[in-house]
Design a protein around this ligand. Structure first.
Ligand SMILES: [Zn+2]
Length: 321
């Protein structure tokens, strides 16, 4: 996707911060946009390509082309057609077009030659598939999750709902929608309701992927130490944080966070549950575990001891056989 306007010599999206709008997917309207912006090099591109990669900036639309939303967002009406262009050759309202027809004859002929192809090409009538749209939508969502993660910003806060405010995730998402990401807007409108569930899934996928890579590296190294930290309480529930210490590919000792496991239930059941989580679900091989350290104090220390014993039992069992 281009981060600037498709009109030649237009500064929209470059030096001039303007909202950018995708070319319409619907081929007839896409052609209308294309006719206006005089980019012959784009004439033989199918609508779905233009939709994906080209943008027009807000300067080319009359105020009446926008959905009025009290300045909250910049959204084009479904039938909006750009009409405002600087250079005389492109300043064509339907009125002006007829008048200037003689002048632009030469250009028209050139244009027509090139236009012949897309007219017969079925591709220009094929709209972007649902699958492509979903893919692009998911890509945007993942980008937001990763951006937040990389900056240590929580995507949501349990307080958000109480105080009836937007989550960080939603705020970033709407920012992207307002800057002209039409697929995102459409998909967001369709999926808003399911959103909290969807976000949970997204984060889970990211978490699994990152942990998968880490466990893979630990396994290649051959052995590791298992560490746990003090219990943490999230939304009223207790979790045990797990870390792994190992020597990585560059021969450096590393300590990395593996994940949180719910910490509830009675001693024996809990010990089994914790072990199952880190071995079956996360893929750690206990025969590679050469040490462990836990820093739990107080009332829960007996549960941790039970778990530690279970780990020892499992790793010894594995090597003694
Ligand atoms: Zn522009």
């Amino acid at each position: 996707m281009r981060g600037h306007c498709a009109v030649q010599n237009c500064s929209g999206g470059k030096s001039d911060s303007q909202p950018l709008f995708r070319f319409p997917l619907e081929s007839e309207r896409c052609k209308q946009w294309l006719d206006k912006c005089q980019r012959e090099d784009l004439n033989d591109k199918p609508a779905d390509q233009l939709y994906k990669y080209e943008r027009l900036c807000g300067k080319h639309f009359q105020p009446s082309a926008f959905v009025d939303s009290e300045g909250q967002s910049v959204v084009l009406k479904d039938d909006a057609v750009p009409t405002i262009f600087d250079s005389p050759a492109t300043a064509q309202t339907s009125h002006g077009k007829r008048k200037e027809a003689g002048k632009v004859d030469e250009k028209d002929i050139k244009g027509r030659k090139k236009m012949k192809k897309p007219d017969t090409e079925p591709a220009s009538n094929t709209p972007v598939s649902e699958e492509d749209e979903n893919r692009e939508y998911l890509k945007s969502l993942f980008e937001i999750v990763l951006l937040l993660g990389g900056n240590n910003i929580p995507p949501t806060d349990p307080e958000d709902e109480h105080e009836n405010r937007q989550s960080n995730f939603q705020a970033l998402l709407e920012y992207r929608i307002h800057s002209g990401d039409e697929t995102l807007r459409k998909k967001w409108d369709e999926n808003k309701e399911k959103f909290p569930e969807e976000l949970k899934n997204l984060i889970e996928v990211c978490e699994q992927y990152i942990r998968g890579k880490l466990v893979e590296e630990v396994q290649q190294n051959g052995h590791f130490s298992l560490l746990t930290d003090e219990l943490v309480i999230i939304s009223g529930e207790m979790f045990l944080p797990f870390f792994v210490r190992f020597v990585d590919k560059s021969n450096c000792q590393r300590e990395s966070f593996l994940g949180l496991v719910p910490f509830s239930g009675d001693e024996d059941v809990l010990a089994e549950k914790l072990l199952a989580e880190i071995t079956e679900k996360w893929g750690l091989k206990m025969e590679q575990c050469k040490g462990q350290a836990h820093s739990c104090s107080g009332t829960h220390s007996s549960k941790i001891k039970k778990f530690a014993a279970k780990v020892t039992e499992n790793s010894q069992q594995q090597y003694s056989v």
